[in-house]
Every structure is written in structure tokens, then in C-alpha cells.
Design a protein around this ligand. Structure first.
Ligand code: ADP
Ligand code: ZN
Length: 751
């Protein structure tokens, strides 16, 4: 059969293959094939789902026919395809996998199977994980309703409520008024209220009634920030901003104003927030301000619910999307503003599969969509602040807390000689006093189970790699301490090179007992713990925070979950139990993480009228990250840390890529890793490129889910060189099938 262009298509397949494929479309399916739909295709001996990229020229060779077309409507637009292609090329991942990552998983619950023999295809049934769409009644006031004085009783109350809240669903009215049926019916009969029934998607926040909140009058620095952002939105060109505001300085209020401005211009808005910050408080503020057209994408949604939200967005029924990392792919049309709140958060980085960073993609997408992009943080990444200093981002600063609240008084406590207790006498005293005065306390404990490093308990000396400046990590199987960047290692030393003392040990003991210790010291206090164990299940986390808010908890102990985004006026004391565990993460960003964490934690204290107090325990009380955080000195920290980055050649003075290899057995992995490093070093030599290749070395988490892990770190001042080397590597790299390879561009966590 002769082929013309339209019946040959290019298809991306979500498999680890670096190319796309061509298929022919049989006559009966042709009317339905178009860019952005999924097709079912034969692939080797399998049948797989692929994505239609567009028509293609006949490549000459014999082509296979597609088996079926799975969608009536395209799942992505050509504009989105440009975005996907950018990601595939930058992160060195197959386009098919990028598309699969970008689309909601729930799409696969919708399976259509039809008879493809008949002309025009079929009309299959839609099955969606057993969920159906609900029908809901909506009420809204008509024009004359406001003047109607003759309504009394509950009818009047309902009318007032509708006038105030705009269109309201029946389920909300049912919760708000006892038996609203009869009065509603009368209001409709009198023509004061209209009733409309339509399809709704389940809304995870529908159960709450949101009090309308009026925009607050902005203070001077907020107005200046708003002016900058809003004129960029009006200008309709790409404009990237850093909104640097101390905690409680009113950043969120600026986002709300800027988003309102975008909506007023008929544009939409995308708000990214770390999952952890998707607190009911934030959602409530948005719902209170914008009554309709908000989609919230969070990890508590089932795939079906997520898919519902996605379709609502695709159909243009949504003007604001709030979500974590993956919301960067939300199919919003015409975004005027993209906000990345807490831009420094590591959770914007996807650590598996396509290792994209939503914070970086916000800038890419913003550029494509000609939108304003606002990166907001109290503690911007060093690289972000550096970009602002170099004019790549417009700097907007909010340097004071609103309502003249002062930042909390902060002290660093030296706990080097504190051997068996988790709480120093000073911190225990402060807890006792706060308890007496009726204040609430947060105890913050950051402990990642695996990261054990050597420390001298007398002087606090920590053992680091002489080449890479990162903490050495203990690997029990080898009984040695490794640098997991360059593979340098030492046996356990018996004498501290700092103080010649002999009390050297692995760090991390003693902290597990914190809850017991607190309960023992304060048997009368109401103590709660919040970590991944106590917050499993939907809303577990919100439940504990609600109890805190209601004053039902005196002392809350928690991991980083408690550090962020929450605004609880009753909290007057915050204790950081050991600042060392982040400071000594085997990662060059340890100091940066510590500064961020301590600052965020400090932001939790004294949000109400009583001034707050913060106590930080650490074995390196003079470390600049702690000292600068305690004195609320971001710029000072930036200067110190930038000097360290310059001396060691870490970003912003280089770009990084991490090659991860894993295998269920160690021996072949070690051999493959050496081979991979050899290929890379050969490529570097042929290119004559300036690029460091560190490793292979065992990953700090040397074994995860039964797989051993080794890594090679690439460090280069030139991004193009690195990309060229990795692209070359991918064509030459052909390991045994038991080895898994993943390339992580701009790794955030090298653990
Ligand atoms: P951030 O996001 O920087 O932590 P928020 O926007 O959450 O700050 O503001 C902190 C608190 O101050 C909130 O309770 C908020 O309602 C209030 N607030 C913000 N801006 C103003 C303002 N201009 N006037 C009065 N209160 C404000
Ligand atoms: Zn090293």
C-alpha cells in the first residue's frame, strides 16, 4: 500500500530508549489519529502504549500498523510537547518517559478497548477505577436579590450567605443550614436564586466552608514587590523574580495579590509549594480569597481524583492550580504567573525516573509561556541568590515581619560534653519555664537513620574527606569510613587529630530516646510526636497540627515536618535538638541545609503576641551556618558559604551530574562502575574538556531495597561539556542487563 505523510506517525514510547518510532495507521483509524493521543502499538514481541508526536515521513523500511487509538482528545498540546522535548534533552531522558511522567497516572485507569476492525473506530466504555462523577446542585443569586427585603427567617440568611459567597453548592449549604430545602425552594420559585445542576469532580477540600477573606492592605515593601510582579504580568513577557522575605514577612499575601492581578487580566496562575507546605492553612487562604476555579493537586489524592483535577484544568475550568512538584505539568492555558514558594526546598526535585526539578522547570515554562515567575523564600538557595546578584533574577526583598513582630531571640548551646542526655540543662530549663507560663514548645529533631559519621565527643571534630570536604560515612560491611564522592577512605581512627582525645564515636545515638526523656522530665505535660510514623494515613499530619492549634499539645516533637510553613501563635519556644545531623550530611550542601532549617524553625517561634525564643543545640556552636542563622543574617551566610563553594568548586562555580548505578549483587556492580568511569575519562580526554570525574564510590545509602549502589560525580564549569560527555557515554554504555543506570542532572541530594 502506498503511504502518504498523514498515515505515518512518529510515536514516543515510555521505555528507556533514546529514540522515537514510526508506525503506519490503518485506514479506519485515520480520522481519529492526531498529535497528543495515545496509541496501542506492537513493539518487538510486546504490545505497548505510546504517544503520537505527529505525522512523519516514510523512513523507507517496512512499518508496522498501530493496533488502536486510546483517546478521543489529545492529552497534550504542541506547546506542551515543546516543553517535554526540552526536558528530555536537558535531563537526558527518553521523551516517552518524560511524557509519561508529565501526565497524571490516573489516565491509565481509563482503559478503552474497542473493535478496531470497523470504520471510524469504536465507542468504548470509560472505566475509571470504579469512580463515577457526581452531579451536584449549585445556587446563585439573581440580579434583584440584593434589594429583596421581604424575605425573612432562614431564607434571608441563605440569601445573605449566597450574596456574600457567590455560587455555592448544595452540600455546603446543607452543612451550613439545618434543612435548607424548603427555604431554597421558595427562593428559587420567587426568582431570587437560580439553581443549576452539573457534573462535579470530587474536591478534597469540599467539606470545608471557606470564610471569604478580603485582600489585606499591603505594607510598603509588599507593595513594591507587588508592583514589580504585577507590571511584569501586565507586560506579558517572561520575568523571573526572587522574592526574598523573612518568615512572616507577608510573601503569601504578595502571591495572593499578584495572582488576583493575573486573573483580572484573564490569565491563569500556577502556585507550586513543597508538599509539606500544602497545609490546610494555605489552602484555606486561597479558597477564602478566590472562591472558584482552584485545583489543588496533592499527594493525598487517589490517581482517579488526580486525573479528575487534571481534566478540569485541561478543560479550562480552573484558573488557579496549587500543587507540589508535579503540578509544574498542569495543563493550564495562558499562565500569567508561576509562583515557586519555598524555592529552596529539596522536594522540588524528583529523585527517581526523570529527575526533573520543578523549581528550575518553572523558569523554563515561564519563559515559554511569557509569564512572571516568582521564586519565594526566606532562605533562597545559594545559587538562586547568586543569580539575583548577577542580574539573572529581579530581586524583591521583604526584610521585616508584618505587624512589627520581632524575630525570636536565638541562642546556640554547646553540647559537646553532653554524653547521655538529648536535652541540655538549658533547654530542659527553658521547656520547664515555658510550660509553667502556658506557652507551647516545639522540639525539632532531624535525624536520618543511615547517616552515621564520626565525631570526637570532646572537641566536636568531624572527619571529612581531604579532597571533597564532605563528611565521611561509615560502611559497616567494609569497616571503613568513605567519601562517597571520590572513594577516599580511612579505617576508624582511635585518636582525634584535633584534641588528641580518645572519645571518638559514631554520631546519632541518644536522640531516639528524646520522647521518653521529655515525658520523664515533664510527666504532667501533654507531649506529642510528629514524624512519618505518627502521621500515616490521610490527614494524620493535619490532625496533629490541629491539636496544636487548639492548644491541646504542650510539647510537640517532630522531624522537619514541623519546621515549615505553619503559623501557630501559641508557640513561644523552639528547640533544635541537634543541629549537627544536617550540618554533617555527607553532602556539600550540609551548611546550606542547616542554615535553612534553623531559620525555618526559628520562624515557628513568636508568631503570636508573645515574643519567641529559640535554642539550638550543637557540637559545632561556632559554625558559620549556626551563627549566621541565629543572628538572622542571610547575606552574611551567603558570603561565607559562597567562599566555601569557590574554594571547593561546587555550584555556582560548577555544574554537577551524578551517575547512579545499582545492582542486586556487589561484584558485577563494582566492575561496571569502574568501566563506566573509564568510558567517561576517555571521553573527557578525547574532548579535552575541563571536567572532574569523581568516583566510582559507594553511595552513602549503599544498599536500598536490596540493590547495591555506586555513583560517579561529574563536576564541570561548563554545562555543554558535561552534556556532551554524558550523551557520548549513553551511546557507548552497554552494561550487563542486571545493572541499572540513572543519570541525575543537577542532583540535589547525593545520598
Ligand atoms: P510569609 O508567607 O512570608 O510567611 P504571610 O503572607 O503568611 O507571610 O504573612 C504572615 C502573617 O501576616 C499572616 O497571618 C498574614 O495574614 C499577615 N499579613 C500579611 N500581610 C499583611 C498585611 N499587609 N497587613 C496585615 N497583616 C498581614
Ligand atoms: Zn572525596
Amino acid at each position: 500500500m502506498p503511504h502518504n505523510r498523514a498515515d505515518i506517525i512518529e510515536v514516543a514510547i515510555p521505555l528507556p530508549l533514546d529514540r522515537t518510532f514510526h508506525y503506519s495507521v490503518p485506514e479506519p483509524l485515520r480520522p481519529r489519529v492526531r498529535q497528543g493521543v495515545r496509541v496501542f502499538v506492537p513493539f518487538g514481541r510486546r504490545k505497548v502504549t505510546g504517544y503520537v508526536l505527529g505525522p512523519a515521513a516514510h523512513p523507507g523500511a517496512e512499518l508496522k500498523d498501530i493496533i488502536d487509538i486510546l483517546d478521543d482528545e489529545p492529552l497534550f498540546t504542541s506547546r506542551e510537547l515543546v516543553f517535554y522535548r526540552w526536558i528530555a534533552s536537558y535531563y537526558l531522558h527518553p521523551l516517552g518517559e518524560v511524557i509519561k511522567t508529565a501526565l497524571p497516572a490516573g489516565i491509565n485507569l481509563q482503559s478503552r478497548r474497542g473493535n478496531t476492525d470497523e470504520a471510524g473506530g469504536h465507542a468504548g466504555e470509560i472505566i475509571r477505577g470504579g469512580r463515577s462523577i457526581l452531579r451536584e446542585r449549585f445556587y446563585r443569586t439573581t440580579d434583584g436579590a440584593a434589594e429583596s427585603a421581604s424575605i425573612r427567617g432562614m431564607g434571608a440568611q441563605i440569601l445573605l450567605f449566597l450574596l456574600e459567597h457567590g455560587e455555592t453548592s448544595r452540600s455546603i449549604l446543607n452543612r451550613r443550614f439545618p434543612n435548607p430545602s424548603a427555604p431554597l425552594k421558595r427562593l428559587v420559585e420567587r426568582g431570587l436564586v437560580t439553581l443549576e445542576e452539573r457534573e462535579v469532580y470530587r474536591d478534597p477540600f469540599a467539606e470545608e466552608v471557606f470564610e471569604r477573606t478580603e485582600p489585606l492592605a499591603l505594607n510598603e515593601s509588599q507593595s513594591a514587590a507587588f508592583q514589580g510582579i504585577s507590571s511584569a504580568i501586565s507586560g506579558g513577557d517572561f520575568a523571573p523574580f526572587l522574592l526574598h522575605g523573612v518568615t512572616g514577612s507577608g510573601k503569601t499575601e504578595v502571591y495572593l495579590h499578584a495572582i488576583a492581578h493575573a486573573l483580572a487580566l484573564g490569565k491563569t496562575a500556577l502556585m507550586l509549594t513543597p508538599e509539606i507546605a500544602l497545609t490546610p492553612q494555605l489552602i484555606r487562604r486561597f479558597r477564602g480569597r478566590f472562591s472558584e476555579g482552584i485545583a489543588v493537586l496533592h499527594s493525598g489524592l487517589s490517581p482517579g481524583e488526580r486525573y479528575d483535577e487534571w481534566r478540569r484544568i485541561r478543560r479550562g475550568q480552573v484558573s488557579i492550580v496549587i500543587g507540589a512538584r508535579s503540578a509544574i505539568f498542569a495543563p493550564l492555558e495562558n499562565p500569567g504567573i508561576i509562583v515557586v514558594d519555598e524555592e529552596h526546598e529539596a522536594s522540588y526535585k524528583q529523585s527517581e525516573g526523570v529527575t526533573y526539578n520543578a523549581r528550575d522547570l518553572a523558569l523554563v515554562r515561564g519563559k515559554m509561556e511569557k509569564a512572571a515567575v516568582v521564586l519565594g523564600s526566606a532562605t533562597p538557595l545559594i545559587t538562586t541568590f547568586h543569580a539575583a546578584r548577577n542580574g539573572k533574577l529581579h530581586y524583591l526583598g521583604l526584610h521585616e515581619r508584618v505587624r512589627g513582630l520581632s524575630l525570636p531571640e536565638t541562642r546556640i548551646l554547646d553540647v559537646r560534653r553532653l554524653k547521655n542526655a538529648a536535652l541540655s540543662p538549658e533547654l530542659a530549663d527553658a521547656l520547664a519555664r515555658n510550660l509553667e507560663e502556658g506557652g507551647q514548645s516545639l522540639l525539632f529533631l532531624n535525624r536520618r537513620g543511615f547517616a552515621t559519621f564520626l565525631v570526637c565527643r570532646d572537641c566536636g571534630h568531624v572527619f571529612r574527606c581531604p579532597n571533597c570536604s564532605v563528611t565521611l560515612t561509615y560502611h559497616r560491611s567494609k569497616q571503613r569510613h568513605f567519601c562517597h564522592y571520590c572513594d577516599f577512605s580511612i579505617p576508624a581512627p582511635s585518636v582525634c587529630p584535633g584534641c588528641k582525645g580518645a572519645d571518638i564515636g559514631l554520631f546519632g545515638k541518644g536522640t531516639e530516646r528524646l520522647e521518653d526523656e521529655v515525658k520523664e522530665l515533664f510527666p504532667e505535660a501533654r507531649v506529642a510526636r510528629m514524624d512519618s510514623d505518627t502521621t500515616t494515613g490521610r490527614g494524620g499530619h493535619a490532625r496533629i497540627l490541629k491539636r496544636l492549634e487548639e492548644g491541646a499539645i504542650d510539647i510537640l516533637i517532630g522531624t522537619q515536618m514541623i519546621a515549615k510553613g505553619h503559623d501557630y501563635p501559641g508557640v513561644t519556644l523552639v528547640g533544635v535538638v541537634c543541629a549537627d545531623s544536617t550540618l554533617n550530611l555527607p553532602d556539600f550542601r550540609g551548611a546550606e541545609r542547616t542554615f535553612q532549617l534553623v531559620t525555618q524553625v526559628m520562624g515557628r517561634a513568636g508568631r503570636g503576641d508573645a515574643p519567641g525564643k529559640v535554642l539550638i543545640q550543637g557540637m559545632a556552636p561556632d559554625h558559620y551556618a549556626l551563627v549566621r542563622a541565629a543572628s538572622h543574617d542571610y547575606e552574611g551566610f551567603y558570603e561565607d558559604e559562597l567562599r566555601f563553594r569557590q574554594e571547593t568548586g561546587y555550584p555556582p562555580y560548577s555544574h554537577l551530574a551524578l551517575l547512579n548505578l545499582s545492582c542486586t549483587t556487589e561484584k558485577p556492580l563494582e566492575e561496571s562502575a569502574l568501566e563506566a568511569a573509564r568510558i567517561l575519562r576517555d571521553l573527557r580526554r578525547d574532548m579535552g574538556a575541563r571536567m572532574e570525574i569523581l568516583g566510582p564510590a559507594p553511595a552513602p545509602l549503599a544498599k536500598v531495597r536490596g540493590r547495591y549502589r555506586r555513583q560517579i560525580l561529574l563536576k564541570s564549569p561548563n554545562r555543554a561539556d558535561m552534556k556532551k560527555a554524558l550523551t557520548g557515554f549513553r551511546t557507548l554504555w552497554n552494561p550487563s542487563r542486571i545493572i541499572r543506570t540513572n543519570v541525575d542532572i543537577d542532583p540535589v541530594d547525593t545520598l
